[in-house]
Design a protein around this ligand. Structure first.
Ligand code: HEM
Length: 332
């Protein structure tokens, strides 16, 4: 059965419907949009000291990335040249609720953040999730969506602020319909959503979006099965898998064709666009101390290296800024 639009849109962003409440403060327009967004997350999910304001629950693991021979044709970035580099990854549930049950529909979309350690001692990140595309195109719209959710309670007069927002932004419901509860973090597909420019040694630039495909295959749970799973089944499953064998993903670059929208994250590129294999991510062991590792890690989509550059998609810079605000608040 189809879910009502409002529910789909909540799931799209992983909003826990039980924690709505506080009306945004009147001076919200005066603060930078990245802070307004972080405030809105905390309004929705409550304040949880030491935790991320979104994707609070997760599991950190270690591994490596082996570049494929085709990657260097697209980009001169160090981690995409022949060879293997160490990585630290973090799988996560959506929402700022640190103990959200993994089978809760609001735990979708799930996240995969990857930090590559480069030969020169620097690091570069990829931060991707299971939504196939984003519900809104601009940071201001994202703020407004969060505020619309915050202002819409079960007993709010109809149409609610959220219903009004969704009726004017059709990508919200469409994006929400792309996520399902995975059988495992290792059987989920993760999408970069925002476009990045890749420049190769010849100076040729193409725009790409990352996709991570699980070697174990894409497998989801029926909603009734998801509801019956143990609250931490995803991290328990990952640890059990890693005790037996590595967990692997193929990292791909979907390459834009001329005319494909680069700056609008609500518009997926056609399925038949060329996909170049960048390499294989091999995850071997959970972090020795998950809490400590998660606390010190800051993954930033704009933390790129030579050969990769953020596109003009306006979400990227505000993502960077809001992740930094969240990091600073969780480090207090
Ligand atoms: C304007 C759009 C967005 C905003 C404002 C936003 C905001 C945030 C914030 C504040 C955090 C917490 C960061 C921290 O404390 O370290 C976060 C985490 C995360 N976000 Fe976003 N986000 C946006 C879009 C996206 C998109 C498009 C994706 C995926 C393609 C994504 C994937 C993730 C993931 C995977 C994490 C967890 C990272 C980790 O494990 O440390 N976000 N987001």
């Amino acid at each position: 059965m189809r879910q009502p639009v409002a529910t789909i849109s909540l799931i799209a962003l992983g909003f826990a419907v039980t924690v709505f409440g506080i009306v945004p403060r009147a001076s919200a327009q005066e603060t930078p949009v990245e802070e307004q967004i972080v405030d809105a997350f905390q309004t929705l999910f409550g304040k949880h000291p030491g935790q991320r304001v979104n994707h609070a629950k997760g599991i950190v693991a270690e591994g490596s990335f082996k570049a494929s021979p085709d990657a260097a044709g697209l980009t001169r970035a160090a981690h995409f040249q022949a060879g293997t580099v160490p990585v630290t990854v973090r799988f996560s549930n959506a929402t700022g609720v640190p103990n959200i049950p993994d089978g809760d529909p609001n735990a979708n979309p799930h996240g995969l953040a990857v930090k590559f350690s480069l030969p020169d001692g620097s690091e570069t990140d990829i931060v991707i999730n299971s939504l196939h595309f984003f519900p809104v195109a601009t940071p201001a719209e994202f703020r407004d969506l969060l505020l619309a959710v915050a202002a819409s309670k079960p007993d709010s007069p109809k149409p609610t602020k959220l219903e009004e927002f969704v009726s004017k932004h059709p990508a919200v419901a469409k994006a929400g319909a792309t996520v399902r509860t995975p059988e495992s973090f290792a059987t989920e597909q993760y999408f970069g959503i925002n476009a990045f420019g890749f420049t190769n040694k010849a100076g040729e630039t193409s725009f790409i979006r990352y996709v991570a495909e699980p070697l174990a295959g894409v497998k989801y749970l029926a909603p009734e099965d998801a509801a019956k799973r143990a609250p931490d089944y995803l991290s328990e499953d990952l640890k059990a898998r890693l005790a037996k064998a590595p967990v692997q993903f193929r990292l791909l670059a979907q390459v834009a064709a001329a005319g494909d929208p680069i700056t609008d994250a609500t518009i997926p590129w056609p399925e038949d666009r060329k996909r170049v294999e960048l390499g294989v991510l091999t995850i071997t062991a959970p972090a020795a101390d998950n809490e400590e590792a998660a606390k010190s890690l800051l993954f930033l989509p704009g933390n790129v290296t030579d050969g990769v550059a953020p596109s003009d998609d306006p979400l990227i810079a505000v993502r960077d800024a809001s992740y930094a605000v969240s990091f600073s608040r969780r480090s207090e």
